[in-house]
Design a protein around this ligand. Structure first.
Ligand code: SF4
Ligand code: SF4
Length: 249
């Protein structure tokens, strides 16, 4: 094969090999940033095709049309804090909701910074990117303009539990997420196949509002977000379905 670069003929150059090496190098760089002492706890890559089953307005291409890969970052929310969470109506128990919310903000900001560094590097390498933090909720419908949990599953970080949250093997549902959409065709990570709930129903039993129920046949999650949201609003927080989950403890 012959290719012309800067008016010079390069013979027998295997362009596919070069592309492959660049893709491997980029993925290695991303992992390195994430593994730094000030990096993040979890990282995975999903090819954009893994989002094809979503409605069109929720696919990555709706935000960055040339998206080829979605990089998903995750970091733990400290268990020592989530263990202290209670529904505010549990008389006699102290709730740490305010400290928990402040901690969440710190974790989310940290993820956004790392996402930005990755996005900046890839952009400088010629691959346009958009980095997204996990705070893109449209409160008219109580839904995100980008499905972070779906993206995390697609990137091999975990599975959706009966509580409707992302369960990661290492930290259970106690994680925050951010994502980078990129035009770089990065090496994908394998999906997690294992059922992490394994017959458990602790979150359903712990739910004080009745918003969570045992999933029916062909249902992954049986969750009424409006019942939950109304309970959260009236009780200044809850999160028992997250704090009581035994996965990752
Ligand atoms: S579903 Fe809502 S109300 Fe039920 S435990 Fe979870 S946060 Fe609390
Ligand atoms: S508490 Fe049990 S059933 Fe609920 S999400 Fe966690 S593992 Fe699954």
């Amino acid at each position: 094969m012959k290719y012309v670069i800067n008016n010079t003929k390069i013979c027998c150059l295997n362009l596919e090999n070069i592309k492959e090496r660049i893709i491997i190098t980029l993925k290695k760089y991303i992992k390195e940033i994430c593994e730094l002492p000030d990096g993040v706890d979890l990282v995975g890559v999903a090819p954009v095709e893994r989002f094809d089953q979503l409605p069109e307005d929720k696919r990555p291409g709706n935000i960055l049309p040339g998206t080829k890969s979605v990089i998903v970052l995750g970091s733990q929310v400290f268990k020592v804090l989530t263990d202290k969470l209670t529904a505010q109506n549990e008389v006699g128990k102290v709730s740490c909701q305010d400290i928990y919310q402040a901690h969440n903000e710190t974790v989310t900001n940290d993820l956004k910074q790392t996402g930005y560094r990755i996005a900046r590097h890839l952009t400088n390498q010629g691959y346009p990117c958009i980095n997204l933090g996990q705070d893109l909720t449209d409160y008219r419908t109580i839904s995100s303009i980008f499905y972070f949990k779906y993206a995390a599953v697609a990137a091999g970080l975990g599975k959706i539990g009966k509580n409707g949250l992302l369960l990661t093997p290492a930290y259970g549902p106690r994680v925050k997420l951010s994502a980078v959409l990129t035009e770089a065709p990065l090496e994908e990570d394998p999906l997690i196949k294992e059922d992490l709930c394994k017959g458990c129903s602790i979150c359903i039993d712990a739910c004080p509002s009745g918003a969570l129920k045992e999933p029916e046949e062909n249902q992954q999650v049986n969750y009424d977000r409006f019942v939950c949201f109304s309970f959260l609003t009236n009780n200044n927080g809850c999160s028992l379905c997250m704090s009581k989950c035994p996965v990752g403890k």
